[in-house]
Design a binder for this molecule. Structure first.
Ligand SMILES: Nc1nc2c(c(=O)[nH]1)N=C([C@H](O)[C@@H](O)CO)CN2
Length: 117
């Protein structure tokens, strides 16, 4: 399956299990790989046949701005569901990187795949 990807999308959101995290906004870095047949868009050189990554970014930013989760797991699940529903994406991989959590770790988080390839 063809894919459209977005790597290292930086968003700010309310997320975390600890008390000190409930009053701040933190940065997450998101990597998205989304299944999409790119042939119709390529054949007509037509944006309206493409999975418009500018629209995906806008939706993700809106989602993150309104989100309030304890776990990165829940953030990833709900983001994946929203994108599949809103854009008709049949399969995707969502990786949520939460930086600066541990002094010995550059980044940690979760990666999920949902839907059918
Ligand atoms: N599997 C997870 N473990 C932890 C999470 C999480 O979201 N998923 N979150 C935390 C804290 O919020 C931590 O990131 C704060 O530094 C701990 N473990």
């Amino acid at each position: 399956m063809d894919t459209v990807f977005i790597e290292g999308l930086e968003v700010e959101t309310l997320i975390g299990a600890y008390e000190w995290e409930r009053n701040i906004r933190q940065c997450l870095y998101l990597d998205l790989v989304m299944g999409w047949d790119i042939r119709p868009a390529a054949a007509g050189d037509a944006l309206d046949e493409a999975l418009d990554y500018a629209k995906v970014i806008a939706s993700v930013e809106q989602f993150a701005a309104q989100a309030d989760y304890i776990l990165v797991e829940t953030f990833a699940e709900d983001l994946a569901s929203m994108l599949m529903r809103e854009f008709g994406i049949p399969w995707l991989r969502v990786r949520v990187n939460k930086p600066g959590v541990h002094p010995c770790v550059r980044s940690l988080g979760v990666e999920i795949e949902r839907g059918c390839r």
